[in-house]
Design a protein around this ligand. Structure first.
Ligand code: PMP
Length: 392
C-alpha cells in the first residue's frame, strides 16, 4: 500500500479552488521597497474618531460578552431604519442578521439556499469570493461575462440566456468590485422581471451602496416583487472605513434569515460585541464623516480618470466603489504580464483583471482609495511604463 500524503486528506472541493490571485501580487509587492499599491480593496482612511470612541466607551462600560445570535437589537433597529430610507422595510426581530462582515453573510446566504448541483449565476468580472463561496456551498458557479462596451452592466438578455432549469440564484454586486460599474433603476427593473419570470432568488451584495457618484443607488430589494426574493447583504467595511472590525449584515424574508441564523449560531455564534456597539454609533451619527470620505473618493476618481486619459490608458468611467478598471489590451501584454512588469519596472502594484473572472482579461484593477499624492505619482509611473513599452 502506498503511503498517503497529508494533502490526500483534504476535501477535493477545497483542493480544486486556486488561491486568490490578489494575494500573489501582495506578496510580490511586499518584497519590494518604494512600491505604490493600487492593489488593496480597502479604504485608506482610519475609522472616524467618534466611532472608535464608541468602541472604547463600550469597553469601559464592560460590554465584553456574547450578544444574541441575531446581533444587538438596537443595531438591528438602526439597520432596519437605514434600509427603510433605501426604500425597503424589514422587521428587525425576524428579518435582519448581524454577521462577521459581508464575507460571512455571503457564505451563510449561499450555504442556506444551495443544494448540491444548484447553479448560481455570477456576472463577471466579480469579487473574488463569489466563485469559491459557491463551490464550497456545493453549488455550480455559472459566469456571465459583462464587457466594457456595456459598461460592465448585466443585461436582461444575457441573464435570460444563462438561465437553465438548475439555476437557483443570481449573485449581484453593484456598485461593482472590480469594475466600479453601477446599474440604474431602469436597468435593474429589467433584471428583476427576468428574476420573477424564472422564479429565481437574488443575493445582492450592496457593500458599496454609499460609494455611488453618478446618481442614486437603487437597493435591489426595494424593486417591486424583489424584497422576498432577495437576500440583501451590506456592511460597515467600506462606507465607514471599518474593514478590520469585521461587521456586516443580511436582510431578507424571515425564512431565509432563520436558515442563515441556524448556520451562524453553530459556527460563529455572534458577531463581536465591540464592533456591534460601534456600528450603532456609525449608523446613528456617522453620516457626516462618511460623506466626507465619499467626497474624497469621488475627487480621486476624477483625478485617476483624467490621469489615465492623459497617459493614453482607455478606461470606462466607474460610477461607484473605489476602483478603476482600465483597458490594457492595446499594449500586446496580458493583464498578468502588464501587472508584473509594471510592478517590477515602475513599482506600482495593480491587480490583473483576469483574477476577477471572464471579461476582465484585458483590464487591470486600480484602487483609488489612496492619497492624491500616491495616485499622482502612480499615474506618472504608469505613463512612463506605457511609453517604455511603446504604447502611448
Ligand atoms: N463584497 C465585496 C464586493 C467586497 O469588495 C468585499 C471586500 N473587499 C466584501 C464583500 C467583503 O467585505 P467584508 O469586509 O464586509 O467582509
Amino acid at each position: 500500500m502506498t503511503a498517503r500524503q497529508w494533502s490526500d486528506y483534504i476535501n477535493p472541493v477545497v483542493k480544486s479552488i486556486p488561491p486568490s490571485g490578489i494575494r500573489r501580487f501582495f506578496d510580490l509587492a511586499a518584497e519590494m521597497k518604494g512600491v505604490i499599491s493600487l492593489g488593496v480593496g480597502e479604504p485608506d482612511f482610519v475609522t472616524p474618531w467618534h466611532i472608535r470612541e464608541a468602541c472604547i466607551y463600550s469597553l469601559h462600560q464592560g460590554h465584553t460578552a456574547y450578544t444574541s445570535n441575531h446581533g444587538l437589537p438596537e443595531l438591528r433597529e438602526e439597520i432596519a431604519k437605514y434600509l427603510a430610507r433605501k426604500g425597503v422595510q424589514y422587521h428587525p426581530g425576524r428579518e435582519i442578521l448581524v454577521t462577521v462582515g459581508v464575507s460571512e453573510a455571503l457564505d451563510l446566504a449561499l450555504r442556506a439556499i444551495i443544494c448540491p448541483g444548484d447553479e448560481v449565476i455570477i456576472p463577471t468580472p466579480c469579487y473574488v469570493s463569489y466563485m469559491p463561496g459557491t463551490l464550497m456551498a456545493g453549488g455550480v458557479p455559472v459566469t456571465v461575462a459583462t464587457s466594457m462596451d456595456e459598461g460592465f452592466r448585466l443585461t436582461a438578455e444575457k441573464l435570460e440566456a444563462t438561465i437553465t432549469p438548475k439555476t437557483k440564484a443570481l449573485l449581484l454586486c453593484f456598485p461593482n468590485n472590480p469594475t466600479g460599474a453601477v446599474m440604474d433603476r431602469e436597468e435593474l427593473l429589467k433584471i428583476a422581471q427576468v428574476v420573477e419570470q424564472h422564479d429565481l432568488l437574488v443575493i445582492s451584495d450592496e457593500i458599496y451602496d454609499q460609494l455611488t457618484y453618478t446618481g442614486e443607488h437603487t437597493c435591489f430589494a426595494s424593486l417591486p416583487g424583489m424584497r422576498d426574493r432577495t437576500i440583501l447583504l451590506n456592511g460597515f467595511s467600506k462606507a465607514y472605513a471599518m474593514t478590520g472590525w469585521r461587521l456586516g449584515y443580511a436582510a431578507a424574508h424571515g425564512d431565509f434569515i432563520a436558515a442563515m441564523t441556524k448556520i451562524h449560531q453553530y459556527t460563529m455564534l455572534c458577531a463581536p460585541i465591540t464592533a456591534q456597539m460601534s456600528a450603532i454609533e456609525a449608523l446613528r451619527y456617522g453620516e457626516t464623516a462618511m460623506r466626507k470620505m465619499v467626497e474624497q473618493y469621488n475627487r480621486r476618481r476624477r483625478l485617476v480618470l483624467h490621469g489615465f486619459k492623459e497617459i493614453g490608458l482607455p478606461c470606462f468611467e466607474p460610477g461607484g466603489a473605489f476602483y478603476a478598471f482600465p483597458y490594457i489590451g492595446d499594449t500586446g501584454l496580458t493583464a498578468e504580464e502588464f501587472a508584473e512588469q509594471l510592478l517590477k519596472e515602475e513599482k506600482v502594484a495593480v491587480i490583473p483583471g483576469d483574477v476577477f473572472g471572464p471579461g476582465g482579461e484585458q483590464c487591470i484593477r486600480c484602487s483609488y482609495a489612496s492619497s492624491v499624492e500616491d495616485l499622482t505619482t502612480a499615474i506618472k509611473r504608469m505613463g512612463r511604463f506605457l511609453k517604455k513599452i511603446g504604447k502611448h
